[in-house]
Design a protein around this ligand. Structure first.
Ligand SMILES: C[S@@+](CC[C@H](N)C(=O)[O-])C[C@H]1O[C@@H](n2cnc3c(N)ncnc32)[C@H](O)[C@@H]1O
Length: 362
């Protein structure tokens, strides 16, 4: 596999885990797979053939596809031909416990009999709990290294009798806000699985009170709750397109829209894709985490770019934790910014793309 440049060894999430894996490169044998890679970087470890990289991050998937040297799978729905095709599978510890349960089930499906699973992750990412999960499945699992704040564990999993099908991991729940209820698909690892996020609820309340005009885009749409709710609430809303970086979100948003007979495209993208059209309204409960760390950079980039996807006079409606410093950015990049609602935890902002005195957009 292609070695990383030394300059990539910074504090980005996933860097330590890659380094810990490279220290244990001798464990990787035969056909290999990497599950849950959060950086567009292949570790310098041996592989008999280009490794299979399974990632839930659309940006990582497209960067690796562009770079080459591996076979990329975005999300968890793999072709049946991949069943029992790997000798070694590395799992980078995910944030959510249930996501690891799903990944271990996928590992049992992908590995040949006596194939090796390698679990690697940082302490602050929860490697200790993840290792206990692994041991529950494979009691002979052992810790083989501790380095770079990470642990490396190996195990041989029982081979799965049944095929892995990502659809079996979808769970449904109803959420209601301001008197409108929608069915929402959930899946391990997705944002706010099984419940309506408090920030999203604050945003929906303002949407009930001060409706928006279409066409609408929901940036960072998660399971599609905002788009489905808007279309259930307002018969004349029209389709609501959604964008999200995460494979489970894209999958669930499509399911949520279909179940609620909602219209709109769901696009997998890291940030706003260039080819998106112009919208009268962009609504968002944007991300502020990268792995387990607080990270507002994705939202700051979004705020710098969003103007070019708003029609002149178009509206941005955004909810964020109160402590996050978005007001000035909104004012600088979109236009005058109002606070529509604020409580102890959340602020809902509204801003309109300004027009010039002659009615043209600035
Ligand atoms: C706070 S959640 C909101 C989800 C949904 N809108 C809701 O209200 O339930 C933020 C979402 O942003 C997505 N996300 C994170 N980084 C992103 C990026 N760079 N581009 C697009 N979406 C991103 C996450 O996958 C997550 O679904």
């Amino acid at each position: 596999m292609t070695a990383r440049k030394a300059s990539n060894r910074d504090q980005s999430p996933g860097v330590n885990a890659l380094a810990a894996l490279e220290r244990n490169a001798n464990l990787l044998r035969g056909r290999t797979g990497l599950l849950g890679l959060s950086l567009p970087v292949l570790p310098a470890v041996p592989s008999a053939a280009p490794p299979l990289v399974i990632t839930e991050h659309a940006g990582v998937a497209s960067a690796l596809e562009h770079q080459g040297g591996c076979r990329v799978q975005f999300g968890y729905q793999l072709p049946e031909a991949d069943r029992r095709s790997l000798d070694t599978l590395v799992i980078f510890v995910p944030k959510a416990r249930e996501a690891l349960t799903m990944q271990l089930a996928l590992a049992s499906h992908l590995l040949v009999e006596q194939g090796l699973v390698i679990l690697v992750g940082e302490k602050r990412e929860g490697i200790a709990g993840a290792a206990r999960q692994l041991q529950a499945l494979a009691p002979a699992a052992e810790k083989v290294d501790s380095a770079r704040h990470c642990q490396v564990w190996t195990a041989r999993l029982p081979v799965a009798e049944e095929s892995f099908d990502v659809r079996q991991w979808v769970r449904w729940h109803d959420v209601a806000c301001a008197g409108t209820q929608v069915a929402v698909a959930g899946m391990p690892g997705i944002f706010s699985d099984g419940r309506l996020d408090e920030g999203t609820a604050r945003l929906l309340e303002t949407l009930a009170e001060i409706p928006v005009r279409g066409p609408v885009l929901d940036f960072a749409c998660g399971a599609g709750v905002i788009g489905a709710w808007l279309q259930s609430r307002f018969a004349d809303c029209g389709p609501v397109d959604g964008v999200d970086v995460q494979a489970q979100a894209v999958f669930c948003a499509r399911q949520t829209y279909d179940r609620n007979r909602a219209g709109g495209r769901i696009v997998a993208s890291d940030g706003l894709p260039e080819e998106l059209g112009l919208y009268q309204t962009i609504v968002t409960n944007p991300p502020f985490h990268s792995g387990v760390r607080t990270d507002t950079s994705m939202t700051e980039t979004f705020l710098r770019q969003v103007r070019r996807h708003l029609q002149p006079g178009g509206e941005l409606r955004l909810v964020a934790n109160r402590f996050l410093p978005y007001r000035e950015l909104i004012r600088a990049h979109i236009g005058p910014c109002e606070v529509l609602s604020e409580d102890r935890r959340f602020t809902v902002y509204q801003a309109f793309r300004e027009k010039t005195a002659r009615g043209r957009a600035r």
